[in-house]
Structures are given as C-alpha cells and as structure tokens.
Design a protein around this ligand. Structure first.
Ligand SMILES: [Cu+2]
Length: 588
C-alpha cells in the first residue's frame, strides 16, 4: 500500500515536471497530407516585422495555372509554413502523416547539437513516419542566425514538402546591417506535372534519367513566362527609397539557379544561417540546399520589375524554363505593359557562377567571430562521380542499357533497412560498415576528357566514416569527369556548418593548393557547390557527436548513391555525448 502511494506520488510528480518543462517549448502541429480540395496555395508572407516570432500563417487557395494536380503538403500550404524563431531557441514540431507515402522532415542547416535523433534523413537517423503515424521533432538552435529551411527527407517528397525556417537575432538584438523596412522569403522550387514520387520510383526501376521538372516556382507560383494564367504571380510590394531583406531559399530538386531583379542591384549579407561581408552584385548563383540573405533597395522609378530565376546547368538535360515574380512599387503611376526582365547569365555560364561564389567571405568580426581549424587531424579526399551499374541483358535506360548510379570515393550509397543511428546506438551489426575510405581507390586524371570505361562501375554499400570527437577534419571534394558528366555538385553536411577554405578548377594539388587556403575569413556554410571539374576544401571541428548524413543536394544524384554518413563519436563526458533517444521512435 505504502509502495503504491509512493509510486503514485512519483508518477504525479513526474507528470508535473514534464508539464512544466514542456510549457517552455513551443510545439507546432503539422499534418502532412495530400492536397486534393484545391491545387496550390499562395503563401501570404507576414508584412509586419514586429509580429514575427508568434505569427499564424494565412494562406489562400488559388487555382494553379499549370494544370491541376494533387500534391503532398504540410497543413495544406505550398510552400509550407514558415517558422520564425530567435537565435538559440528550442521548439518542437509534431508531424502527423496523413499522406500515402512514408515521410520524414529535416531541419536544413540546424546543427542540432548532440541531437541527431531529430535530424530527419530517412534510414540515416530515423525510420520513416508511416501513413497514420506521427513523430515529434525536437529542434535545438545554437549559433545559426539568418535564413534556413526545412524539408522532407524521404524519397522525392521534398519537392512540395518544404518551407522557410527563419532565425532572427536574439531578443533585443539587431542585424549587422541597417534594419530593413520589411523582409520577404523567396522560395525557389520545382514543379512537376506528374507525381514526383512516381517519377523517381519509375526512374530507379528503369535505371534511366528521371523526368525533368516542368516549371520552377517562386513562392509557389511559376510566374508570367509560362504558358498559363498570370493571376497568381507572386508580387512583392515596395516603397520607393526603402530597403528590403530577401530571404532566398533554393528548394529546387535538380538545378542550381541564377537569380536577379531587373534594374536593381543586390547586396548579399548572409548565407546558410551565417553573416558574410556584404557583396554587391547584379545576380546570385544559388545551389539546391543553399540560402541567401539579400538586401535590395527600391531606388528605381516607381514601376513593376521582374525578379527572375533560371538554371545554371552544364550537362545533359535540365529544366530550361524561367520563373518570375514582380517587385511592385507603391504609388500612383501608369504600370508598364510588360515589366522589364533581368538579363540572367546564360545556362552554361560557369564563369558567372564561379565569379560570384569566389566572393563569399565570413563577416568575421568581434561580434560574429569565426573559429577556423588551423591544423588538421583527419584528412579526407573524396571524389564525386557519375557512374553506371550493369543491368540484366543491358535492358536498362542508362547508357548502353546500363543503370545510372553515382558515388563518393567510388562507393554508391545503399540505404539500409534500419536507420544507421539506431544501429549505432544499439550496437546492431550488419547495418553499415565503417570502412568508407579516406581517399579514392584509384588515382587518375579526375577531370580529364574521355576517361576509360573501367572507371564507370562503383562499389555499392552502406559505408560510413567514423570521426573522433573534437578532431579537426578537412575534406577535399574532387569533382570528376567520369562519363563525361562533370557538373557542379552541391555537397551538404548535416549536423554542422563548415568553412570553405579553398576551391579551384582541375585536380586538387595537395602540395600547392593548401598554401592558398583562406584560414582567416572563409564562408561558413552547410552546402557548398563543388565546381564543375574542380575541387573544394572544407574544414570543421567534429564537436557534435552523432550520426550525420553527407550528400549531394541534387536529388537525382542523392537517389543514385552520392551520399555517405559521418559518425562522430562521443566525447568523454555526458555533456559531450549524444542525448538519449526520445521516448518514442518510429519503427521501421
Ligand atoms: Cu551531385
């Protein structure tokens, strides 16, 4: 009896403590479902800065001009709901899956210190949320500040399941630039007429290229240059003389993008949730997975001006359409019959892409310091290649009847049947191997033309790299021209941001190239474009224990195996070790 009483008191106390604890953390409730009642919503971004932080989100249903279809959404919105938080806050998101496919959500660019449990990639840190099931993500912000985003991380569901995650300065603090009049998320996305999940499923079955997208969108609308109604085109209202902050997110599936606003110059002040030294430019090049904070001043004759975006793509087939939105000045004037269009760089203008990217430098001042590892404990040299796998009777849709594949250090990643994190935590054998190599298995002229066919076939496996806690890591990504398929690969690392200390064209030279590294103010990012037939060197301190996915953010490449996993071991104390798993984990 006494024991029963005691345990009852204990239970009540426990519930009380949990209630108090959870009161401090905001929880958002999301439903992932198939949107059938209407076609596409235009997100109505909030207009007033002061209401950020606790805003509701309104949306309006509009018939989509490029044909009606059902899409998977969060809470019926495309793009999905914008989350506004302050630096360093925590919040929870309960995701209930009412769709017909498995789904997970990733908080792109959030480091999630010691908390890989809520990072999201399917079969890497969790088993999927099956239809009818739910999962509560616990998101821990630390030093991120600026624009990040969230997206589905299971098959190709991220095409429509994504949205902004905007991290404002700490309460009472401002930006390291003059306070803008207003700020506007600009979400670039892909629009497929077909069902995206069927498109990738079919491509993986047949071994060939997946269908290209049929349009790009800005905040859910393709804009005036597509052969359809222009009613829904996104409009950004501005006052003459005022400055606005564009929070640009590239949520596109398979193309890097150029972006411009006609007649207006842009000032880039941040990338991937970190500030940079301001760059004045007429255009930006932004890869899938990247975000950019861009100031624009309404200093032209009051009128309408197009903002526009189209692909930077150098190989094979790509969506060559152009998406537009309108910058519209308030006031009394005669609107132009057609707003001016910006003169975007050509699709294949690699110089334009490189000339922009090379200018990025961390702000690196007293208030926003950098901490670039000056020495290195673990060197990795990782080749990035397109490949083919043999196919029975040469009956696949790849070159010569083969099956398309891709690889890192000649390993084409195979998704395991239980997530790597769970296997690591519970010591389950046979799920992954720890022999992801530190260097490529063969050395050849990686960026040469017409490389031999013997290089075409990768090894397949779920291979991970294990890193010691707090070790300084340098990874040099080397693009290759295997299959004559060199292109820009946006490599993304979960659980970290990293410093881009060097880049160049051709093959990396490990005696001369490191002498030209920028170890003073390199940009701190979570996604870096490895230039076509070139290389990029990144550094980071492995101070976030956990299981972290690393992959190309071109979705077709990730689907073909251009991925690996870094396991960062625990430190010696509990505060340098992974958090305990949440009480509920989705079963596989
Ligand atoms: Cu790639």
């Amino acid at each position: 009896m006494e024991l029963k009483k005691k345990s009852l008191v204990f239970l009540l106390l426990n519930v009380l403590i949990r209630c108090i604890a959870s009161q401090n953390v905001t929880t958002f409730y999301w439903v992932v479902s198939i949107d059938t009642s209407h076609v596409v919503h235009i997100a109505r971004w909030p207009k007033v800065l002061s209401s950020f932080g606790k805003l509701g989100h309104r949306s309006q249903s509009v018939l989509h001009p490029s044909g009606t279809k059902d899409i998977l959404t969060v809470n019926g919105e495309f793009p999905g709901p914008a989350i506004y938080r302050h630096r360093g806050e925590r919040f929870n998101v309960n995701v209930r899956n009412e769709g017909k496919y498995n789904v997970t959500i990733h908080w792109h660019g959030v480091k999630q210190p010691r908390n890989p449990w809520s990072d999201g990639p399917n079969y890497v840190t969790q088993c999927p949320i099956k239809p009818g099931a739910n999962f509560t993500y616990e998101i821990i912000l630390s030093d991120e500040e600026g624009t990040l985003w969230w997206h589905a991380h299971s098959d190709w569901s991220r095409a429509t399941v994504h949205g902004p995650l905007i991290i404002l300065p700490e309460q009472g603090k401002g930006y390291p630039f003059p306070q803008p009049q207003n700020e506007v998320p600009i979400v670039l996305a892909s629009w497929f007429k077909g069902d995206v999940m069927e498109i990738i499923e079919t491509a993986l079955q047949n071994g060939g290229e997946p269908n290209q997208s049929d349009a790009f969108t800005i905040n859910g609308q393709p804009g005036d240059l597509y052969d359809c109604s222009t009613e829904g085109t996104f409009k950004m209202m501005v006052d003459y003389g005022k400055t606005y902050l564009l929070r640009i997110i590239n949520a596109i599936m398979n193309e890097e993008m150029f972006f411009m606003v006609a007649n207006h110059s842009l000032t880039v002040v941040g990338t991937d949730g970190a500030y940079i030294k301001p760059i004045n430019t007429s255009y930006i090049m932004i890869t899938p997975g990247q975000t950019m904070d861009v100031l624009i001043t309404a200093d032209q004759s009051p009128s309408y001006y197009y903002m526009a975006s189209r692909a930077y793509a150098v190989v094979g087939a790509y969506d060559n359409t152009t998406t537009t939105a309108i910058v519209q000045y308030n006031g009394n004037y005669t609107p132009p019959s057609t707003p001016p269009l910006p003169n975007l760089p050509n699709y294949t203008d690699t110089d334009a892409a490189a000339n922009f990217t090379v200018r990025l430098r961390s702000l690196a001042n007293e208030d926003y310091p950098v901490d670039v590892p000056q020495t290195v404990d673990t060197h990795m040299y990782i080749t990035i290649s397109m490949n083919t796998l043999p196919c029975v009777n040469n009956s696949c849709d790849g070159p010569d009847g083969s099956r398309l594949a891709s690889s890192l250090n000649n390993i084409s990643f195979v998704e395991p049947s239980i997530d790597v994190l769970q296997a690591y935590y519970k010591g389950i054998n046979g799920v992954y191997d720890t022999d992801f190599p530190n260097e490529p298995p063969y050395y050849f002229n990686f960026t040469g033309d017409d490389l031999p066919d013997t290089l075409l076939t990768p090894e397949r496996g779920t291979k991970v790299k294990v890193l010691d806690y707090n070790s300084n890591v340098e990874i040099v990504f080397q693009g290759t021209n295997v299959m004559n398929a060199a292109e820009n690969h946006p490599m993304h690392l979960h659980g970290y941001s990293f410093y881009v200390v060097g880049n160049g064209t051709g093959n990396f030279d490990n005696s001369t190239d490191p002498t030209r590294y920028n170890l003073v103010d390199p940009p701190e990012v979570n996604t870096v474009g490895v230039p076509k037939n070139g290389w990029v060197a990144i550094r980071f301190r492995a101070d976030n224990p956990g299981v972290w996915f690393m992959h190309c953010h071109l979705e077709r490449h990730a689907s073909w195996g251009m991925d690996t996993v870094l396991i960062v071991k625990n430190g010696t104390t509990s505060s340098t070790s992974m958090l305990e798993p949440p009480s509920y984990l989705n079963p596989c």
